[in-house]
Ligand binder design. Structure first.
Ligand code: ADP
Ligand code: MG
Length: 398
């Protein structure tokens, strides 16, 4: 059973305006930011995300006697429909965002869980396509909704895996497990340490009030992102085969260095990112446990450099943001920071001194638009809890 949270009366009011009835079920699911361990969730590494204080919320009411799922979203007010009694294949479904929902429906139906006809309102404060995982939040929100409506709940990890499969098979994104795990399993004031090889998780306390996470979204998304992601994934599979191993966890820096002749130069650099990032992510967990913020900052800095130079998934706007953060430096309250998410745009994540947040945000914002033509979006967050079921005043009272 998920934790519960009272529905925002303003969202309930919107629902009533849109559908002319009161919502009966609801969920809110946070986005996430990955502190360190980038592009290694699909390479057997460990990653360290935290849920953030931006949420995707769904509210729903049953459509009596109907097998239709009618979804309206603040982003896409024209809405979308799905016949639950005869679901289409993903490539036949428009609009595209509804494919994520279809994937979740199909996942529950496959398990024999009955998803009833309903009207759903979606609203979200998670920036879309910014590496903060609005897509996983959408999937997990619908999964949570279907579990409330059907009265059948999966174990949390199973629910996350169902959502990952929805994204892979129905939205066509070859994603790892990090986003869905973070959206489901995160706990307040903890980073989520996920071992992507074994799927084991540990909750690492991050509750020192003197340090905070800052997210600086460049507001840029380059078309390259999807195709290059798939390319990196294929490159890593190829490099691993050439190295004669079945898991990147078995490849140390020494093994890689001695096998450099097996890989052409760019493939070698991809491999070097994977091997060094796996090590950084593991060291970072110890740094967080020991509250060694300077060390964690340095690891984040090194991660960015590796992503930019060896893995080549950064871009000018991300690098500009990172350069500004470096200029502010420790003296100005910045321990370290890096691009986060798939890359080619999206967001950067920073470990900063809480008291300096305002000044740091002003400095990062200053001149960014003039320099890049994009408006940056900056906010601080503490690690939040994952998916929650919404309660409504009537249900709370009973
Ligand atoms: P990210 O997960 O980093 O935000 P993705 O490209 O993985 O970026 O996912 C973004 C997609 O998720 C959108 O293009 C849309 O299809 C879907 N999505 C996200 N938020 C919403 C929303 N509020 N309503 C409808 N679809 C959404
Ligand atoms: Mg996504």
């Amino acid at each position: 059973m998920d934790a519960t949270f009272p529905a925002d009366p303003r969202a309930t009011e919107t629902f009533e305006k849109v559908f002319g009835c009161a919502p009966q079920w609801g969920a809110r699911v946070p986005g996430r930011v990955n502190v360190i361990g980038e592009h290694i969730d699909y390479n057997d590494g460990t990653v360290l995300p935290a849920a953030i204080n931006r949420y995707l919320t769904v509210l729903a009411a049953p459509s009596e006697g109907s097998d239709e799922l009618l979804v309206k979203s603040d982003l896409f007010p024209e809405g979308a429909r799905l016949n639950l009694a005869d679901i289409p294949s993903a490539q036949d479904l428009e609009p595209r965002w509804m494919r994520y929902v279809l994937g979740v429906v199909a996942g529950y139906q496959r398990l024999g869980v009955y998803v009833p006809g309903m009207q759903v309102w979606v609203e979200s404060t998670i920036p879309v396509g910014s590496g903060l995982s609005s897509s996983a939040a959408l999937e997990v929100a619908f999964a949570t909704l279907f579990e409330s409506a059907s009265g059948k709940s999966l174990a949390p990890k199973q629910k996350a895996l169902l959502c990952q499969r929805a994204e892979q098979e129905f939205a066509g994104v070859p994603c790892g497990i990090m986003d869905q795990f973070a959206c489901v399993l995160s706990q307040k004031d903890h980073f989520l340490d996920i071992d992507c090889r074994t799927l084991e998780v540990a909750h690492i306390p991050f509750s020192d009030p003197d340090v905070t996470l800052l997210i600086a979204n460049t507001g840029v998304s380059h078309d390259l992102a999807t195709s290059e992601y798939a390319k990196r994934k294929r490159d890593c599979e190829l490099a691993l085969r050439r190295l004669g191993r079945t898991s990147w966890r078995a490849v140390t820096a020494d093994i890689l260095a001695s096998a450099s002749g097996l890989l052409e130069e760019s493939l070698y650099r991809r491999a070097r990112h994977v091997v060094t990032e796996i090590e950084r992510a593991q060291t970072a967990v110890d740094a967080v446990r020991e509250r060694s913020w300077e060390e964690l900052g340095e690891l984040m800095d090194a991660s960015h450099q590796s992503l930019a130079e060896d893995y080549e998934v950064s871009c000018a706007e991300l690098d500009h943001m990172v350069a500004t953060g470096r200029e502010i430096g420790l003296a100005g309250g910045v321990y370290g920071g890096r691009m986060t998410g798939g890359g080619f745009g999206g967001s950067t994540v920073w470990l900063i001194r809480t008291e300096a947040a305002e000044t740091i945000m002003n400095r990062m914002d200053e001149g960014f638009e003039k320099r890049t033509g994009h408006v940056a979006e900056l906010f601080v967050t503490r690690p939040m809890r994952g998916a929650q079921t919404l309660t409504f005043p009537e249900t709370t009272a009973s």
